[in-house]
Design a protein around this ligand. Structure first.
Ligand code: PEP
Ligand code: MN
Length: 572
């Protein structure tokens, strides 16, 4: 059951509640959400929820209807993000707004082989290295893996390129060797999905686990297996769809992509897809990898080999490094469409911001200095705020400013470390104010850039319809990007604001059904969405620049010329 605690519950009452539950044989998990704090209580015995509801500090009790408890959405509303640190002070996050790519050979075969492939996949943008050292092969005569030595050299190769490692554990006897070589993520293979003893022992270590779907497992059986891991002590479980057995013989297995949206509503756990074992045919892997991302997967795990013809296992389904490189470039293009960013290892893509962020993380004590700050124009829900979340992956504090000029000033006077400003939009063109600001502020330089897809909504108070609206508020860019929609409502007065989120705030203050705002649905707050997707073309992208003070950058610049060429921002 889920026990929602009263806001501001005294610590003493909380502890008493916990010990009451523990005495009744419940395992208690405390989850602090944005809106409330909950206790997730799971146990063998059932208890009348009313007995808990009457206890001091309890707001309400929600029974969990599903057989899996800790894995269910009822238990935890927010998506779980599994954090895996690398050896460069960076945290790789699986789940949320990021797409991760894990790659490597089916099996570790030699030191040279694993280093070669690690180098290649890291250069293409993989963020973790996979490789089996204990292989669960169908035939006892097939290559069984390099065992302990394989784990050791996999770790060395991962460390050389900043890639945490993923390897399969087939027996609890191998836990000591996995711990000895600091394996970052343990994989439970399809054949072991219901090896409950292994699940319990691996769960008890508490490390991140990739749980593959069993060869013929239903989604419910799969989630019950996840429940074994979660109830044994780890909260870092990543589900991996890898194809299931069907009557179809054209592919090795049948990739069940429909499992992704189904799982999204049933569980809070992150979901990745292994298109390699699913289709089993090299050329069919990239389209299914792309399809997985389009269907909402948080990442892919792909077999890549520098010389698949000589691979000791699964050569026919292993991608050549060039194919993997193309797949990741295609995913980069797809990511903004699904509202996500691809994760990269800092240090392989050397933007100034990446470097400074890394330096800051490594050299300053975060506790005393606080988080990295980044200013933007607007308030919560502004597109620039989304851009900050995408760029820094939640590692930066977004600081609201009233206009673009104030963002530049905050960067110049050092009250923030970075600023995020829009520079051009695919429908409405350049944001001239910011070109002017960049030219005027010689002491500000560009640290990075990113592009996000912009979907506008028409927002109003309850009861507002397109027929009651007389005035529409937005940033000039918002109005321009919705030109087609607004041309159907020529009687509406258009009022320009400093930001789209400011427009939403204004409309909520006016409390009139004659007013509406054009902004992101994230900015709605108390407003309701009257119409979604009102931008003139769904292919609506805004490029943002990350700016910082010149004295922060390594190379001081006295004058600056900004050129935007395709995806690159050139500063000279
Ligand atoms: C693997 O990833 O190496 C593997 C054996 O996969 P699966 O368990 O999905 O067959
Ligand atoms: Mn394999």
């Amino acid at each position: 059951m889920v026990i929602v605690l009263e806001k501001g519950i005294p610590q003493k009452e909380k502890e008493e509640l916990r010990s009451f539950l523990e005495k009744n044989n419940f395992r208690v998990n405390e989850i602090t959400g944005e809106e409330s704090t909950i206790f997730g209580a799971v146990g063998h015995l059932s208890i009348d929820p009313r007995e808990v509801e009457i206890l001091p500090g309890v707001e309400r009790v929600i029974p969990i209807s599903k057989p899996y408890k800790m894995a269910s959405r009822e238990f935890k509303k927010e998506n779980t993000i599994v954090e895996i640190p690398n050896n460069r002070g960076q945290i790789i996050r699986v789940g949320g707004m990021r797409i991760v790519s894990i790659a490597g050979p089916c099996a570790v075969e030699s030191r040279e082989q694993i280093f070669d492939v690690a180098r290649k996949v890291a250069a293409s943008g993989a963020v973790m290295l996979r490789g089996g050292a204990y292989k669960p092969r169908t035939s006892p005569y097939a290559f069984q893996g390099m065992a302990d030595e394989g784990v050791k050299i996999l770790k060395e190769a991962g460390d050389a390129f900043g890639l945490p490692i993923v390897t399969e554990i087939v027996s609890a006897d191998h836990i000591p060797v996995m711990e000895k070589y600091h394996v970052d993520v343990l994989q439970i293979g399809a054949r072991n999905m219901q090896n409950f003893d292994l699940l319990k022992k691996v769960g008890a270590i508490g490390c991140p686990v990739i749980l593959k779907r069993g060869l013929s497992a239903t989604i419910e059986e799969w989630l019950m297996a996840a429940e074994y891991l979660l109830s044994s002590g780890t909260d870092k479980v990543i589900l991996c769809e890898r194809g299931i057995r069907t009557y179809e013989k054209a592919t090795r297995n049948t990739l069940d992509l429909s499992a992704i949206p189904i799982l999204r509503s049933l569980t809070h756990l992150p979901i990745i897809v292994d298109p390699s074992h699913a289709v089993g045919i090299r050329d069919k892997v990239p389209p299914m990898g792309l399809a997985a991302i389009a269907a909402g997967a948080d990442g892919i795990i792909v077999e890549v080999h520098c010389c698949p013809e000589k691979a000791m296992s699964d050569g026919p389904q292993s991608l050549y490094p060039e194919q993997f490189d193309k797949l990741l470039r295609d995913i980069d293009v797809l990511a903004p469409v699904v509202g996500k960013e691809t994760t990269r290892i800092r240090g392989t893509e050397w933007s100034t911001a990446d470097k400074t962020l890394e330096q800051e993380k490594n050299t300053t004590t975060q506790i005393s200095d606080g988080p990295v700050t980044c200013a933007y124009s607007g308030t919560r829900g502004a597109y620039a705020e989304q851009a900050i979340r995408h760029y820094f992956d939640g590692d930066a504090l977004a600081v609201s400013c009233s206009d673009f000029r104030s963002v530049f000033q905050a960067v110049q006077n050092g009250s923030v470390r970075f600023g995020m400003i829009p520079i051009e939009n695919s429908l409405a063109g350049s944001v001239y104010d910011n070109y002017d600001n960049l030219v005027r502020c010689e002491d500000v330089t560009i640290a990075g850039s990113l592009k996000i897809r912009v979907e506008h909504s028409l927002l109003g108070i309850k009861g507002t319809t397109v027929d009651t609206i007389k005035t529409v508020y937005s940033h000039p860019q918002g109005l321009a990007q919705c030109g087609k929609f607004l041309s159907e409502h020529l009687d509406w007065e258009q009022v320009e604001c400093n930001s789209t989120s400011e427009a939403a705030r204004l409309v909520s203050q006016k409390k009139s059904t004659s007013c509406a705002a054009i902004a992101s649905s994230d900015a709605a707050g108390v407003l309701e969405v009257i119409k979604n997707g009102i931008e003139s073309d769904p292919r609506n992208y805004t490029r943002f620049l990350l700016i910082e003070a010149n004295n922060m950058a390594k190379n001081k610049k006295t004058s600056m010329e900004v050129k935007i060429l395709g995806d690159k921002v050139l500063v000279s």
